[in-house]
Write a protein of this length. Sequence first.
Length: 329
Amino acid sequence: MAAKRAERLVNLVIALLSTRQYVTAARIRAIVPGYEADDGSERADEAFKRMFERDKAELREMGVPLETGRTSAFDTEDGYRIARADYELPEIRLTGEEAAAVGLALRLWESAQLAGPAHSALVKLKAAGIDVDSSRTIPLQPRLDAGEPAFEPVYAAARDRRRLEFGYQRPDEDTPAARRVQPWGVVAWHGRWYLVGQDLDRAAPRVFRLSRVVGTPKAVGPPAAFEPPEGLDLAEVVAGQVTGDEQLVVVRARPGTAIGLRRHATPLGTADDGRGGTEDRLQLRTTEPSGLADQLAAYGAGILVEAPPEMRDAVIARLTRLATMGESA
């Protein structure tokens, strides 16, 4: 689209949004820059009509709700307007779970290549009055590019549907094994990041913990080389293949805090906080107690581990280590 035409269309939209009344074509011709001036000639009239008809069709093709009608019964010709209620985006409304998901996404990209767009999205949501729980009291959780160096190349390969090759070190093996995988996606499960995909050498779906990937994974071949199974649930695949005894953990959280934690918790009612108020009791399930301890410690004073004692001790140990690091800095 030519720059002059684009500018004229913008001017037309602004003019029709600025009034609740229907504006006639003659009035539009007079107030919107870019249209053929009315010099009384038939040539100029025909040029305006052709240009205006093209512009109306263009706006409607773009989804602009251009209305035709008359403001009153005394009007002798039709006019045009754009109803703001139909044109403008509705107010942003997120449920608690959706807001928590946005906060998790922001943390996911805080040190990766999408940090700029993620921050911009956060600013816009906060401007709309939405709390997305983007940070925790104590930032104990490691940054992605330091704690999981394999994340970005694995994620990029899954996004582009490219075959992935990498070394994988299992706890029961002495040396890394070469793996060739069609990466279906990356998912966080019980405090760990996992790659889910089709193991080409074993001809079966497999799950790989990213912390056990050795070196930098290499994407091979052209993009769009495969498609994940329809209806794939990455978390369900991980839950079915990652073994471990499930452990129940009960924590207390002050009202309005630990929004992200609540997404995966079962409410158990409230309890007296000893200061004349109440705290929410939440039950969590995990097969990765170490990862959950990291997650809980990241909330700092916002939560209190009630049971089991082993989890409480693990969280206290992490907070103590963090305090010691702060004193020595």
